[in-house]
Design a protein around this ligand. Structure first.
Ligand code: MG
Length: 313
């Protein structure tokens, strides 16, 4: 066992201590990086049945890159409720939006505007499915299971692979999958990816804002599970330079019109509209306005060029 690591088996004994009638609610939010998650726990006197049953809470934004001026209090507004697979029982995970002292949504609260758009698009019944790829890293930042002084064999045998020489970290993938099911996340599958130590899970189909809520909580569970295994999960689009695939989050989308007979017309219309705002969309896809995806979308390694819009059947 490494320095600073504890034996997680010992914790089991403490989880068996009855907690009485009270419930532990872990509030989860996205910090100022637009990428990392933060969490803290509050005791509730009874089991919440909806996010509305969870009180508004707050935290110090100066420690999460979310401070504004002299008033650094940021408020947590519960928006989605999940079962807590770690504490079990009635305990909950509570996804939150962030609000400023003046009751305005925080600049880093992208869910607020997203939800407004989803409300406007409600009649179209927008469905999403997102394929989240990620890479497992050892505590030294090197991909899990890779030789410490060198590289694994070239890509080819790893995608959907089986065997100790093909995949690394399956126990983490299994633990995460079960946690998602228990939490109530609409997870639809997993697979090993093209680069060794790279994996994917899929969330969806989800309607409207539920897509973001379920994906972000699934990401939280991934980081939390990895913590137990002393491994790091990164969503970096290109964790290893060279002849190695990157990791993306492919978004699948349809409206009610697209799903009905003759829906190809609606699909063609949507493609036409998307094609007119390619640069704008690329900027919106990652917190660094495209700078991160630029490293992955090179046209090689199963990607398209970041500069070109393309469509096809
Ligand atoms: Mg994939």
């Amino acid at each position: 066992m490494g320095f600073g690591h504890t034996d997680k088996n010992v914790l089991k004994r403490y989880y068996e201590i009855p907690q009485g009638d009270r419930v532990q609610a872990m509030y989860v939010w996205i910090d100022g990086t637009g990428e990392s998650l933060r969490a803290k726990t509050k005791t509730l006197n009874e089991e919440p049945k909806s996010p509305k049953d969870c009180p508004i809470w707050n935290f110090d934004g100066s420690s999460t890159y979310q401070a504004e001026g002299s008033n650094s209090d940021v408020y947590l507004h519960p928006v989605a409720l999940f079962n807590d697979p770690f504490r079990g029982g009635k305990n909950k995970l509570v996804l939150c939006e962030t609000y400023k002292y003046n009751k305005m949504p925080h600049e880093t609260n992208k869910r607020h505007t997203c939800n407004q758009v989803m409300e406007r698009a409600k009649e179209a019944k927008p469905w999403f499915g997102i394929e989240q790829e990620y890479t497992l890293l050892d505590m030294d930042g090197h991909p899990l299971g890779w030789p410490k002084n060198g590289f694994p064999g070239p890509q080819g045998p790893y995608y959907c692979g089986v065997g100790a020489n093909k995949v690394h970290g399956r126990d983490i993938v299994e633990a995460h999958y079960r946690c998602c099911l228990y939490a109530g996340i609409t997870i639809s599958g997993t697979n090993a990816e093209v680069m060794p130590a790279q994996w994917e899970f899929q969330v969806g189909p989800c309607e409207g804002i539920q897509m973001g809520d379920h994906l972000w909580m699934a990401r939280f569970l991934l980081h939390r599970v990895c913590e137990d295994f002393n491994v790091i999960a990164t969503l970096d689009p290109k964790p290893m330079e060279g002849d190695w695939n990157g990791a993306g989050a492919h978004c699948n989308y349809s409206t009610l019109g697209m799903r009905e007979p003759g829906g190809i017309k609606d699909i063609e219309q949507a493609i036409d509209r998307l094609s007119r705002h390619h640069v704008r969309h690329i900027k919106a896809y990652d917190p660094k306005e495209g700078k991160d995806n630029e490293r992955r979308l090179t046209g090689a390694h199963e990607t398209s060029s970041i500069h070109d819009f393309s469509a096809g059947i």
